[in-house]
Design a protein around this ligand. Sequence first.
Ligand code: ADP
Ligand code: MG
Length: 226
Amino acid sequence: MLRTESLTKEYQSGGRPLTVLKDITFEIGPGELVAVVGPSGSGKTTLLGLLAGLDRPTRGRVIADGVDLGRLTEDGLARFRAARVGFVFQSFHLIPTLTARENILVPLELRGEDGGRRADELLERVGLSGREHHYPAQLSGGEQQRVALARAFSNRPRILFADEPTGNLDAATGAKVVEILLELNRESGTTTLLVTHDQDLALKARRIIRLRDGAVVEDSGGGGPP
Ligand code: ADP
Ligand code: MG
């Protein structure tokens, strides 16, 4: 479903190459939920960017949902993301001038779909019916992240990436957001990669990939979907 081969990413830093990901090779099955953990600076966000086709590797390959991302043009990558990928960020990244419901509709409108019913269904699914006309500033952090989750799932993605989605939330609110994420993963069969600092949240995944200094130092196994 999602496979990497010797994935390597270097940046130029003061004229010298800085290797931030080294020879990352793994395979994630359809519907799997994998937690990616590791200290700050270990390469987690860089890895997600490469897997989602937001950035290109220096060497190695990403094959996502049967597509070799290295063979796609920039337009092709954008289409791939719009059709098959969902993203949730630590800082929510909602559009402040749009209501909760309008934020959820954005990916659907980009695809030319009239997603009104889907948006309402998702609002209810994440427990925000009645809040649909609120703007992000009128919502708590946990509520904003639930809108972001609904938005990420609106296009029924094949793969979902969540980069420290609970990093700006208190523990109880974060746990609730992850609970919804786990439910959506189970219900939809969406392959899910969850980057987290929180050991308790990581343990909710059947598989943990641990990075240190850009290398995989632990991969707890390849369990299929529950
Ligand atoms: P994490 O998400 O695990 O905290 P990152 O993937 O954000 O780690 O960063 C890994 C390393 O790559 C860090 O040392 C960071 O400074 C470096 N890095 C990230 N993006 C860039 C960039 N655009 N240019 C140069 N170095 C970068
Ligand atoms: Mg990061």
